[in-house]
Design a protein around this ligand. Structure first.
Ligand SMILES: [Zn+2]
Length: 126
């Protein structure tokens, strides 16, 4: 179950960050960008987070996921931007094409296959 290890590494890196940069108040929400190429169950990830965060300063916080499109870079022509998507009628999702929209060469993935914490929502302690 890779959601569990993803949640664990998110939690570990966030706790390490908080040791260096403490925030006032209680953390309610952790905003995370999720690349479209990363296939996971949001439910399983949130559940893993809830379980792992228990007993830590992040106990009771929830993950808020935002999907980000795949960004690619072409080593042949220098194109950098969003990937082209293949959409077919009846498909539930669009599939990113990993070839350059300009010249058709294979591209490198710059963004879109991992998770990144982008913000925190805190609540003031009265
Ligand atoms: Zn190209």
């Amino acid at each position: 179950m890779h959601e569990y290890s993803l949640a664990q590494s998110l939690l570990e890196s966030l706790r390490a960050y908080l040791r260096e940069h403490p925030v006032p108040g209680r953390i309610r929400k952790v905003h995370v960008r999720k690349g479209e190429l990363l296939v996971l169950s949001e439910w399983a990830l949130s559940e893993a987070w809830r379980i792992l965060a228990e007993g830590t300063e992040l106990s009771g916080s929830e993950l808020v996921l935002e999907n980000v499109p795949v960004r690619v870079r072409c080593p042949s022509c220098g194109y950098e931007g969003e990937a082209r998507y293949l959409r077919e009628e009846g498909w539930h999702m669009a599939v990113p094409l990993l070839s350059c929209p300009q010249c058709g060469a294979p591209v490198e993935i710059r963004e879109g296959r991992d998770l990144a914490i982008v913000g925190l929502t805190t609540e003031e302690v009265p």
